[in-house]
Design a protein around this ligand. Structure first.
Ligand SMILES: [Zn+2]
Ligand SMILES: [Zn+2]
Length: 254
């Protein structure tokens, strides 16, 4: 059985200080590869270094919408930083109206710049959306995100939002949240997304799946996300591993 963690933050201190362990646990659990997702430019060199050091770690470049007052990436800067064989995506980017309030025009501007950069360098988008699905989809439309595609990561929205994203050619990635007992809406979406558009992720070190809920998360646990999706869809877990890994390779062209 094999899996790929399509979204993690193993450069964060909680995981990077035990990187040897983290990689060993991945191997023991059949997690063949992981995509380490950038959240700001200051930490990007560490993200890239991990990807350069380990053959099965890939990386992205981008600035997360929750990071206010940080080095603001221009389109040109993102394109320049993305010019590396181990950088396979632009993000994470998107909108988050849950953690931050007030005038968030800067978030929308930053999101537009990421979409423009992705189109320019030909690498897919990793999109984060929280309490902001309407604006997220609108900006994706306006900027022609469908021309480059990507993934709606850690999906927590309803079927309508999933459907609109799928219509733009995007993939839907499920995190440990899908294993939570009361996550009924997400479980419903996980049953309905066409299997050739499903990705799995941990978003570690956060959001550990059941049975590790509340504990430190790590890429090895993506297996539990796959198990939940298998259960929901009535298919075998190795099929989920196989299909989602093929989807990952197709989307990120590895
Ligand atoms: Zn995110
Ligand atoms: Zn993330």
């Amino acid at each position: 059985m094999s899996f790929i963690d399509s979204h993690c933050h193993i450069n964060f201190k909680e995981l990077s200080e035990n990187i040897g362990d983290v990689l060993e646990k991945m191997q023991q659990n059949g997690v063949l590869a992981a995509l380490c997702v950038s959240v700001n430019l200051a930490d990007f060199p560490q993200v890239l270094a991990l990807a350069c050091q380990y053959p099965n770690i890939y990386a992205s470049v981008g600035v997360h919408p929750d990071y206010e007052d940080v080095d603001e990436p221009t389109v040109a800067r993102l394109v320049e930083l993305a010019d590396h064989p181990k950088i396979i995506a632009i993000g994470e980017t998107g909108l988050d109206y849950y953690r931050l309030t007030g005038d968030l025009e800067w978030q929308r501007e930053r999101f537009r710049n990421h979409i423009r950069a992705a189109k320019q360098c030909g690498k897919p988008l990793i999109i984060h959306t929280r309490s902001a699905s309407e604006d997220t989809l609108r900006i994706m439309q306006e900027e022609g995100a469908r021309d480059i595609g990507g993934v709606m990561h850690c999906f927590t929205e309803n079927w309508e939002v999933a459907k609109s994203s799928l219509d733009m050619g995007f993939y839907i990635s499920f995190s440990g949240i899908v294993t939570f007992k009361n996550a009924l809406q997400i479980k419903d979406v996980a049953k309905r997304v066409p299997m050739d558009r499903v990705l799995i992720e941990t978003d570690s070190p956060y959001l550990a799946p059941v049975p590790y809920r509340g504990k430190l998360n790590q890429p090895a646990y993506v297996k539990h996300v796959a198990e939940e999706i298998a259960l929901l869809r009535g298919i075998r877990v190795d099929e989920v591993g196989h299909e989602t890994s093929a989807n990952f390779a197709r989307l990120f062209r590895i």
